[in-house]
Design a protein. Structure first.
Length: 331
């Protein structure tokens, strides 16, 4: 791969996703690691083209195809030196941009694109997706932006809120319902009682943040179960203290449905427990197996232990490829 040596590092990169927070977070992490500024492009392919798989969408003339793509920001010249797409719904829009830019745009995709790797300049695909190629960087889990600096900054913003809670503090990251998993009321009650018992035994406190997929009634049931131990639950108002919770935590418990949250928790190097929800996914089961083999996670069993491992963060692997390709220096 030859370096272009002519890219202005102050030029905006484009991050193309379907707007899902987890997708955007991965794109932002990659571009921020390169040091380039960026614009978010939340895209959606309109029917009937939306009904076509990506492998067929990419065969359409790019200018014609983009007429069927709505975006939060215009998809028009000047074309960016870098486009980072995340998730399969962004594959065809990103490749249309590359083609209209006469291949001058360096196109990077995050996750398995479900098309040949050769359509992109580079791909970052997690190991559990089993997607390989000569232009593929294999990551252990999701790329993310959890660094000592980002966590320290968040801790400072929320110190006044969290400092009064007694240690040891356990951060609890809640996912929820998806095509493969369910966070039932029974799960929430059992999980809550187990967390409360652990905190009573250790005289500690809980730092809990739900996600957009967490059922509100499950949160209410869990909240009742932990009512008698010190805790803080983010209610959705204002900034999410997610990063601060990771920073103040002595250990972290994450529900099994979210590859993003488990990998981000493991980016801290702190003990990470996985609470397995009802449901199954062979792909996500492979991910959890790899994380256990790396020494980052253990199944949650209601006991608080301590262990160490090298923090899991492969974002720099893909960022270094991009910097080399564009001829920009690390900041």
């Amino acid at each position: 791969m030859q370096s272009k040596k002519n890219v202005d590092p102050s030029t905006d990169a484009w991050i193309v996703t379907n707007g899902a927070p987890g997708m955007e977070a991965q794109g932002i992490a990659v571009v921020q690691a390169t040091g380039m500024p960026f614009k978010l492009k939340k895209v959606q392919v309109s029917a009937p083209l939306a009904w076509l798989p990506s492998r067929l969408q990419i065969l359409l003339p790019p200018r014609l195809f983009l007429r069927s793509v709505s975006s939060s920001e215009p998809l028009c010249p000047p074309w960016p030196p870098l486009v980072v797409s995340v998730g399969r719904q962004s594959v065809a829009p990103a490749l249309a941009i590359k083609r209209l830019a006469n291949q001058a745009t360096f196109a990077v995709h995050v996750q398995d694109p479900k098309v040949s790797a050769l359509h992109f300049d580079w791909i970052a695909a997690p190991k559990h997706d089993e997607f390989t190629g000569r232009n593929v960087t294999t990551t252990l889990g999701a790329v993310h932006g959890i660094t000592p600096a980002t966590v320290a900054a968040a801790k400072e913003r929320f110190a006044q809120m969290i400092d009064p809670l007694p240690p040891p503090r356990v951060a609890v990251l809640l996912g929820g319902n998806s095509r493969a998993f369910r966070f039932t009321l029974a799960d929430a009650e059992r999980f809550g009682f187990s967390l409360a018992t652990m905190m009573r035994e250790n005289n500690g406190s809980l730092l809990i943040t739900p996600s957009a997929r967490t059922p509100s009634n499950s949160v209410a049931v869990l909240k009742r179960a932990i009512s008698e131990v010190p805790h803080l639950i983010w209610d959705g108002a204002g900034e999410n203290p997610y990063l601060a919770f990771l920073g103040f935590a002595d250990a972290i418990v994450v529900t099994s449905d979210s590859v993003n949250m488990v990998t981000e928790a493991a980016g801290t190097g702190k003990p990470v427990y996985v609470e397995f929800l009802a449901g199954s996914s062979r792909r996500i089961a492979r991910f959890h197996s790899f994380m256990r083999e790396a020494g980052a996670t253990r199944p949650f069993n209601g006991r608080l232990e301590s262990w160490s491992y090298k923090p899991i963060n492969d974002t720099e692997l893909i960022a270094s490829v991009i910097r080399h390709a564009l001829g920009i220096e690390k900041r």
